[in-house]
Design a protein around this ligand. Sequence first.
Ligand SMILES: Nc1ncnc2c1ncn2[C@@H]1O[C@H](COP(=O)(O)OP(=O)(O)OP(=O)(O)O)[C@@H](O)[C@H]1O
Length: 697
Amino acid sequence: MRPLSIAVAVLAVIALILGQQSGSAGAIGMGVIGLLLAAATWRAVAIATFLRIFSIIFGVEYVLTGAAFLVAQSGAWPQAWQALVPPASLTITIAVFGLIVYAISFVPGIARIARLASPYFEAPELTTGHLWPLKPFRIGAGRLGTLLLVFLVVLNQLQVAISLRLSFFNRDFYNAIQEKDAGSFWYQLIYVFSVWAAISVVSNLIEIVANYTLLIRWRRWMAEKFSAAWLGNSNHYRVSLAGNADNPDQRIAEDTRAFVNQTYNFALPLLTQVSTLVSFSIILWSIPVASVLPGTDITIPGFIFWMALIYSVAATWIAHMIGKPLIGLEFEQEKREANFRFSLARLREYSEQIALMRGENAEQKHLSERFGDIVSNFYRLVWARVRLTTFTLSFGQANVVVPYILLAPHYFSGKITLGIMTQVASAFDRVQTAMSFFIDRYQSIASYVASINRLTTFEAAIAQAQAANAGDKGIHEVPAKGDAMHVDEATLSLPNGQPIVRVNDLDLGTTRRTLVIGPSGSGKSTLFRAIAGIWPFGQGKVGIPAGAEIMLLPQRPYLPQGSLRAALAYPAPLDTYNEAEIKAAMQLTKLGHLYERLDEVDLWGQRLSGGEQQRLAVARALLAKPDWLFLDEATASLDEKLEGEIYAAMEQALPQTRIVSIGHRSTLRAMHDSIVIMQPNEDGTFSPKAESREMVG
Ligand SMILES: Nc1ncnc2c1ncn2[C@@H]1O[C@H](COP(=O)(O)OP(=O)(O)OP(=O)(O)O)[C@@H](O)[C@H]1O
C-alpha cells in the first residue's frame, strides 16, 4: 500500500511539473488530484480490507493510465498506437473513484458492510484453486477471493470500455447509412461490430464463471465461519439461553447468502454504473451543439450533457420520492413472512402435543392471522409498486424520444449527423439507467439491510456469549486438587442475573455413586450444566479432576439424523465400536429388539419411545466409558423395575465410572452411596449440602 501511494505521489508531481511547462490543464488536474489520491491511499491501510482492494485497484490504474498519458505528452508514445492513449480525463476519473472509496469508508453503513465482508478476503487458510488450463493449485482462501474480485472489477471496467467503443460504432454505422456509404457500412459491421460484439459476449461469459465462483467460495467461507463460531465453546447453547439472536439457522443459511450476493451485486454494478455515467457523460459533453442562455449571448458548454443531467437528476429524485415507502414496506413484508414460517415450523415441532390436545383449530386460526398480516402489507406493497412503476414506465417511454426531440432542430439544420443523434440517444439512455440504479434496487436494499442487521446482531450475540465467561465473569473450570469435583464459592444465576444456586464448598463424587435431590426448580440441572461447562451466568470456579472425561445425559436425549448405529456412537464417528461391543451395550440396556435395525436410517428421535431413547443414551455411555457420568433424570421415563435394571447394567459395564444422578424417585437412593440435597436459603436461593452416609436409605 505504501509503495503504491509513493508511486501515485511521484507520478502526480511529474504531471504537475510537465503540466506547468506545457500549460496542459489535463496534466495539472491529474497532478493535483493525484496528490490527494496519494494521501488517501497512504491512509487507506487503516480502512477495511474489502474497501482497500478497490483503493489499490484505482491507485494502480491511476499510475498506469497517468504514466501512459504523460509518455504520450512527452512525444515518446508510438505513432501507430496513438488511438490507445488514455485521455487525462480517464486518469482524473479513476483518481476521483479512489477518493470516493476512501471517503465512503467513513460512512457508518458502508463501514459495517466492509467489516462483515473483509474477513473472507483476509482468510489465510489454504484452498484448492481451479483455473483451466492450469493444474489445480493451492492458494490462501483470502488471496484467491481477492484475485477474483480484482479480476471482476477490471473486467467490469473493460465492459464499460467495450460499450463505449460500441457507441462509436453506432455513430459511424448510422453515418454510413445516412451517407449511403456501402463500403463503410460493411466495414463497420464486419471489422468493428463483429469483433467487439464477440469480445463483449466472451467477457460476459467469463464474468459469469468468475462471479459465481467468487460468490460460492465467499458464502461457503462465511457460513463455515459463522457455524464454527456458533458451535464453538457451546456458544449455540449460551446464545439461545441469552435469547438475543433468534433463528440462527436462518442467519447462517439465508443471511450469509443474501449478504454475499447483495454486497457483490451492489458494489460491482454500482462501480459499472458510475463508470458508465462518467464515460457517457464525456460523450454527451463533447456533442457539438451550442446553445445560448435565453436572453443573453452566453453559450453553454456541454449543453446536451447538462440537459441529460438535469433531466436524470429530476427524474431520479421524483422516483425516489414516490418509491421511498417501498423500503419500509419490503422490510415489514420480510418480517411477516418470517413470522408465518416460524409458526409453521413450531407446528411441525409440536405436532404430537397439538394433535393430543386437538389444538388444530386454534393453530389454524393463528396461522390464518399470520397470513392475514402478510396479505394486508402485501396490498400496500402492490400499490406502492404500482405508483413507482407508473412513473418509471412512462419515464422509460419518454426516454426513447426525449433526446431526439432535443436534437431534432440541430439535426434538421444540418449541424449534427444521424450517427451523432443515435449515439446521443443511447448515451442519454445509459446516463439515465445509471442514475436510476438505486431506484431499481429498492426491494433488495430492504432485504440487504435486514440481512446485515441480522448478521451483525448474530456476531454480537456470539461475542457476548464468549465474553460471559471471560475474566472474572462466568463460571470457570479449573483442575481439582483431589479426585472429586470441587465447587467453591460459586453463584449460579439466571440469564437476567437473579441468583438461584449458591455453593459454599461442595465435593461431588467423593463416593462412586452420588444422588442429587431437591425440590423442583431448585437448580439441580443448572448445577450440572455449570459442571459441564455450559452455564455461563454467575461466577465461581468448578474444579475438575485432571484429565477426567465427563459425559452428561439429559432427560431428553439427542438423536442425530441418520442410522441407529450413528446415534449410539454419537458424538464419536460411526465406526468407533465393533459389533460385539454394540450388541452387548444394547442387550444390557434392553434394546436387543432394535439390533436388526441398527443400520436403518430414520427419524429415530420420533420413532423411539421416550424410555427407549433414554436407554439408548445409557447404551451410548456404556460404549463411551467416561470417567464421570452425570444423569439428569436420564432414566425418569422408565418404570422403577427397569430403572433398577439399567442402574445394575451401568454397575456391571462401568465399574470405574463415577456416577452422579439427579432423580426424584425414592428407589434411587438404594442405588447410590451418598446424597447431596438442595437446601433453601433465606434469600430464595438453594445450596447443595452433602448428607452423611448414615442418612442414606
Ligand atoms: N434459560 C433459562 N432462563 C430462565 N430461567 C431458567 C432457565 N433455565 C432454568 N431456569 C430457571 O432456573 C430454575 C432452576 O432450574 P433447574 O432446571 O436447574 O431446576 P431443577 O432443580 O433441575 O428442576 P426440576 O427438578 O424440576 O428438573 C428454575 O426456576 C427455572 O425456571
